[in-house]
Design a protein around this ligand. Sequence first.
Ligand SMILES: [Zn+2]
Length: 713
Amino acid sequence: MRIIATVFILISLGLASGVSSAPSVRPGSPQAPPASDDNPFFKPSGTPFNVPPFALVKNGHFLPAIEEGIRREQAEVDAIVDLPAPPSFENTVAALDHTGIFLSDVNAVFGALQSAHTNKELQALARKTAPMLAAHRDNIGLNEKLFRRVKAVYEERSSLKLDREELFLLENTYRDFVRGGALLDETQKAKLRELNQELSLLTVKFGENVLAETNAFKLVIEDRADLAGLPPSVVAMAAETAKQAGLEGKCVFTIQVPSMIPFLQYSEKRELRENLHRAYFMKGDRDNDSDNKEILKKIATLRREKARLLGHDSHAAFVLENNMAKTPDRVDAFLKQLWEPTLVKAKQEAAELQAMIDRQGGGFKLASWDWWLYTEKLRQEKYALDDTALRPYFKLDNVRQGIFALCEKLYGLKFIELPDLPRYHPDVQAYEVREADGRHTGILYMDFHPRESKRGGAWSGGFRRAYYEKGTRVPPVANIVCNFTRPTADAPSLLSTDEVETFFHEFGHALATLSSQGRYRGRTVARDSVELPSQIMEHWAFEPELLAVYAKHYKTGEVIPAGLVEKLGKSSLFNQGFITGEYLAASILDMAWHTLPNPAEVDVRQFENEVMAAIGLIPEIVPRYRSTYFTHIFSGGYAAGYYAYIWSEVLDCDAYEAFKEKGIFDRATALLFRKNVLEPFGTEDPMAQYVRFRGAEPKIEPLLRNRGLEVKK
Ligand SMILES: [Zn+2]
């Protein structure tokens, strides 16, 4: 295994994303006696495409399998350390890349369930295994003899005649050791182990609290008058939610995004909008058992200590060393450049919304819980466009077919549904992906709707990465997990335009996983380049030529009318001050936490307010995530990395220009993108890959145009 990332997960901007791997006992690896006869992790899976044996996995199987996985990986590593032969690339670096397959197969399933289908037992198990796994990673990362072998190869690298991919693996393996503390003395190493133990537990707890807080709130409506303003489709959805909660005959809105947003968009009941929105943005900040304030301060403090131990000024400096941006100063300057025009736009938008409130005799000052409602009204007024008119054209199944059609046009890929493939929940759909010539590419799982066992947001990961085993490709198993609008009693799942975009986004991550031609299991993707494959997909979502293929009315089959498409295009910059503003505010908050010298001493609310006041955020906009439920940065892998979406956007906007120049379905451009970006993703320096695709480094102008942030000269 590579020391840093064992399980891969990539979170969407809306909320998080990652991949991990299937059970196999490798020839030559130390064999272990099966711990129990019925534990499916200890046997060949026997499933089609060697997917995980979901149907057989019980909660009780994880702990023995993880313990055994740790034991096996340690034995594999010891075998490398004990080799009498002098260290070489093959016997040390490539061999190390090949260790820990059993453990990552188990962890892939465990991690996926923890995020997408958890329960009390699994949560308790995560609290038990997180420190075990952290200690195990340290046992490898701080293994002195192992590091000596890696270092010996690293120091000889210029004379080893390694190819690009080998050299990249070697350099990153070495760097991972250094970043994992291999150069520290014994006292420092002991301290680092302690910090990693504590952090592993705190980050698990943070995520658990957010889930508990999300499930704790329900807005139950019994009086029909309280449904004022809500379209029938939204009422039907709330009735369905009530039914599932055992409250048949009533309406229930939750603070899961697909339930909350439609209420905020349409409800005429201002105090109910306030109740709901407050419950959302006060998650983890209610001074109850699930409060995250002390936990996040502790996380920030320990991360800082760890960074200092490793020779960096702050956790942000430690993280950014590995990213394209390199330093906190460059990130701050980049965000500032975008923030200024964004704030101007956001203020204009707030003024327009206030004017509308005044015109209608509202008699109140615009607040965050009013933003969605008046934005919908204004969208109606300016573009005669509203969400409920669009949704019928975005039936989930049709959008999925549209994405499949796009992938076939660009890359020749075909998707074959596998209704009988084992899955971890009946809602999950499974597909085989094939090349144009029929070769197997990989397996894709998709899990679309919210449930109480799933955390919020959308992400992509998987159960196995592609790599090569004795010259043969081991095909990947990718997944995407979303929280899209549920079907109701009389309508299928009809997506909002945001959800359509998210679907394209997550699919782009999965496409990178599926297309991968990496020879090794280890991947190093700069966090701020990881959104290139995902975000470039968003550019196609509302292209008229693609809409004509998939945006068909769910009842009549009628293709979305040209007039509606035109309005959609014209309104693309509408509300961008808000959308970009709430995102940038959260990115700035992330950087503030991870460069703060004394996180233990601050008051969380006050600190957040000060950071927001310093940039002049208007009170009508709440940062996309407040600190207490900012799972990307306090329990996911995006600490000092939430800015990565918009940094990557420089790449994807510039990259999409290539398609616009040559035609959006141009096969030759798609092939260049696939060969230079998707297939070798994570096996080479991202800028070098990009330049091979595009012929030049990316320019920022396409991004500014795309967001309407150009400075008028
Ligand atoms: Zn993403």
